[in-house]
Design a protein around this ligand. Structure first.
Ligand code: GLU
Length: 306
């Protein structure tokens, strides 16, 4: 599909691009949905976001981005329905929508966003070194991380759960991982949790979620632990092979990560999140992304401004 991009058509172009992304259409084996992308004409539509003009915020990060004419947003690339990059480089998922709505309120169109894949283990470094302006990627707010980065949010609440092979009935919850091989991700909170001696699990630590899932399918590990929202995406992608146990055992409130001292930007992002919840974009975006993986919609948690 070729469309001429005039300023007047920009919003329409974005709407069409977003729909095309949502329709996915990647190749792959039957029942295998690489991006977890919705398909069919009845698939819920993604919202479009009005790009704010002449944004003035006393934020060093934002001023730099404005000068550059683009905002660099860190995200995940291997989390279907949340933060996924397909083989053509198209990003989709709930976190990608959160990123786009926040960027729009900061004055950046989708064409002015550069997404950069940043895995869990290097998020704090990447943010504090200014390699990304903001970060949107299943990033749990906690006090330990707040020593290094700032957070706007929370905009969603997940909880650590377990992903197992469909035919495995031996793992029913956190109490049954004793002696089991459980994979999780370097730098993630569920990894810290599952390593606690009380669980008695044999833990494998990898850098990417998709690598843990591959090991699970191949039988090298017995379970993958991380947030339920992420795991449901993988299970929805391979419904014949995988299932989520469904008993979350931690609280994972997602925030937008940013420079620790940039309070002005933090406030502006919180304002943006609030506005898009109020105008319905948040729910619409959810329904067209994460909602399709079996994660039920819940009202977003109250923002914690500081
Ligand atoms: N939400 C958890 C965390 O921030 C797990 C997901 C992730 O690694 O992004 O550590």
């Amino acid at each position: 599909m070729k469309l001429r991009r005039s300023a007047a058509a920009a919003a329409v172009v974005f709407a069409l691009t977003a729909t095309a992304t949502a329709c996915g259409g990647e190749s792959g084996t039957a029942g295998d949905k690489p991006g977890g992308a919705p398909s069919g004409k009845d698939a819920p539509k993604l919202p479009t976001y009005t790009v704010a003009k002449d944004v003035k915020v006393d934020s060093p990060t934002l001023k730099k981005a404005q000068k550059r004419g683009e905002i660099v947003i860190g995200s995940k690339a291997d989390q279907p329905y949340l933060g996924f990059e397909d083989t053509e480089g198209k990003r989709s998922g709930f976190d990608i929508e959160i990123a786009k709505m926040v960027a729009a309120d900061l004055g950046f169109s989708p064409e002015q966003i550069t997404f950069k894949t940043v895995d869990s283990g290097v998020r704090e470094t990447s943010i504090s070194k200014g390699q990304v302006d903001i970060y949107v990627g299943t990033y749990s707010i906690n006090d330990e991380r707040k020593k290094q980065v700032g957070f706007a949010g929370p905009y969603y609440k997940a909880g650590a759960d377990l992903l197992v092979r469909k035919d495995d009935s031996s793992i029913k919850g956190k109490e049954s991982v004793k002696g089991k091989k459980v994979c999780s991700i370097v730098g993630s909170t569920p990894l810290q949790e599952i390593k606690k001696p009380q669980y008695g699990a044999e833990v494998t630590e990898l850098a990417k979620y998709s690598d843990c899932v591959k090991q699970l399918i191949d039988g090298q590990v017995d379970a993958v632990t991380t947030d339920d929202a992420i795991l449901k995406g993988y299970a929805a992608q391979r419904p014949t092979k995988l299932k989520v146990v469904g008993k979350p055992f931690t609280e994972e409130p997602y925030g937008v990560g940013l420079n620790k001292d940039d309070k002005a930007l933090r406030d502006a992002i919180s304002d943006a999140l609030e506005a898009h919840v109020k105008n319905g974009d948040y729910k619409k975006a959810y329904d067209a992304t994460l909602g399709l993986s079996g994660s039920k919609y819940a009202e977003p948690p109250a923002l914690e401004r500081y």
